[in-house]
Design a protein around this ligand. Sequence first.
Ligand code: ZN
Length: 91
Amino acid sequence: MTIPDGPSALSTAPPSTTPNTAAVALYNPFTGAVITPGVDDAVPQAALLGLEPPRYCTECGRRMVVQISPDGWWAKCSRHGVSDSRQGGHR
Ligand SMILES: [Zn+2]
């Protein structure tokens, strides 16, 4: 009745060390510039007021398809999907 310990022969997948960077903005959504921590980006005044929809994906910097709707806006990244003005950028 010995239970073998140590690495199993069933799976030898390496441990995942991929950092979870969800919800971390890497790119300025209005200019597409890479965000440098500690450095303030120039954000358009309208964007600060929430009137301007983001035009670039904050995760990959791609240009998004932006659509203005009567109750706000939505923006679609071909890789990361749709975000809209009511989500606030969080999932
Ligand atoms: Zn994206």
